[in-house]
Write a protein that binds this ligand. Structure first.
Ligand code: DHK
Length: 144
């Protein structure tokens, strides 16, 4: 079993994109952070990012077929994508939704998530450490 950490639109721009909102950790550093945490927890993890919504759907379909748990930060698709909701609705393994920023403290349009309805839990506002916390929860629940 591999935990699939899937990052969506604009998350490849971490580090330089609105650092006051998303911090200064780059996506490459996030991959290292998550990889280190996974090793410490004895888990297999794969971290990927895409700006192509179809690609994100295909990765979700692959994870669904493999029975892999998913940690997903869809970026802006969180607030817009019925197709993302529908893909995640078919996942039987755990799904955690992660946001680096606290989406409830920001613009009104970020308050609604199509993903939360089909996620087991949501972590928002805890920075990139939210991904590590998501892995810890997976580990506590025995998903590794
Ligand atoms: C990332 C984005 O790109 C935004 O579109 C979301 C999320 C919030 C985050 O906080 O990680 O609204």
């Amino acid at each position: 079993m591999t935990i699939q950490v899937l990052n969506g639109a604009n998350l490849g721009r971490l580090g330089t994109r609105e650092p006051e909102v998303y911090g200064t950790t780059t996506h490459a550093q996030l991959v290292d952070l998550v990889g280190t945490a996974a090793r410490e927890l004895g888990m297999e993890v794969q971290v990927r990012q895409t700006d192509d919504e179809g690609q994100l759907l295909r990765w979700i379909h692959e994870a669904t077929d493999a029975g892999d748990p998913i940690v997903v930060n869809p970026g802006g698709w969180t607030h817009t994508s019925v197709v993302l909701h529908d893909a995640l609705a078919a996942v039987t393994a755990p799904v955690l939704e992660v946001h680096i920023s606290n989406i409830h403290r920001r613009e009104e349009f970020r308050r609604h998530s199509y993903v939360s309805r089909v996620a087991d839990g949501v972590i928002a506002g805890l920075g990139v450490e939210g991904y590590v916390l998501a892995l810890q929860w997976m580990s506590l629940r025995g998903h590794r």
